[in-house]
Design a protein around this ligand. Sequence first.
Ligand SMILES: [Zn+2]
Length: 477
Amino acid sequence: MAYIQFLGAAGTVTGSKHLINTSSDSAGKGGFQVLVDCGMFQGPKEWRERNWQATPIPAHTIDAVILTHAHLDHCGWIPRLVKEGFNGPIYATPATIDLCGIILPDSGHLQEEDAEFYNKTKKSKHTPALPLYTLEEAEACQQYFKPSETGETIQLSPEVSFRFVTAAHILGSSMAEITLQTNGQTRRLLFTGDIGRVRDKHIAPGKVVHSGPQEGESADLLVMESTYGNREHPVEDPRPALAAAIRKTVERGGSIVVPAFAVERTQKFLFMIKELMESGQIPRVPVYADSPMAIKAVEIYLKHTEEYSDEAKRLVNQYGSPLRWDGFTFASTSQESKKINDSKFPSIIVSSSGMVTGGRIQHHLAQRLPDPRNTVMFIGFQAPGTRGATIKSGASEVKIYGEIVPIRAQIVAFEQFSDHADPPELLQWLRTFRNQPGTTYLVHGEPAASSQLRDVMGNELGWNVQVAQWMQKVEVH
Ligand SMILES: [Zn+2]
């Protein structure tokens, strides 16, 4: 009997890794083995430590990887899998492959920096800290990527084929629809990856890529994300309040500092700012996108116009590339980044990391948090324990680079920019299914979020839903 084993993103939102084994042998030997996603564990230490454990089956026996999208919690363990001996194809959409080309080397670079920092400060001679993988190793794994267009069926073995269908989460994101021949029967498995927002530009504004996951699906077994299983997104359009916060800050001579992930969230925000400027809702102050990946990320977005929302298409047709927009500066080098710090006039600075756990945003905040004229604007989720969460919570000070920085700037936060569907949106999508899956396994959620969504789906749809457990094996009937 074929089985699925949940190697990650079960009981937590990171480390997505789901193994499919077609073997009918109870020891699981000899079957064709596919890994759907190969993400890194992030967040609490007890999960991060699992990044150092080997896969339960030797990496070299995995035949292929199917990657749903380029977020680190779905792709960030690929260089490690390759390091452990995997040498098969990694299927992803062309946009996902392009994004992995900047995200994975950046991750390798950060791993090296972290190891170096640890070794300098902890002086642990006997156990030098090592990076999970290096920049070079991350670059080397690019050779295994194989592009697969949305909708194209790929035959992996006589008994396994798959195709990508639209997930509408970020650029290139897809669900993996896998067809399996098992016990003389055909079974369709759907792995959602992360699921994007529904098609409504008012409740999910500013999307650069189209929204709305593929409707009319059918699946015998569904493995679905549950990140927002117990939370609903606000339904108000955030733009009027966002524009007002920018206007007020500029009027009092301050700057707006926006911590944002360099890929997707930054592009989304820049498109929105451009529109607010062109429609006269905010003043034309200089805008800085400060990240080593900033220019490359925009170039990848411009290359994949096939995924644009109508709104983004209209803006690019009208105003051209964001890289050439008047008053918008993209800083790649650290010299360019330092220049932004010297600017004394009101400006908008978008920089990473999005939760202020590292990166250049730290310099900008260390410099601008003590001045009450400035505003720090959060447009993304701030995980508990991060500096971003501390600043957002209304704390009076925060530690950055080992120094206490007083927080006197205004703090505002918008929750509308999420790229994950919430329960009403998920139900709206699930109701378009042509059949009821035999079993749905919920992954990629904190336990409280997954169990609440399980109950809602059971009550509203009458579906058989279970919360997946880490390392649990389930048979495909
Ligand atoms: Zn994601």
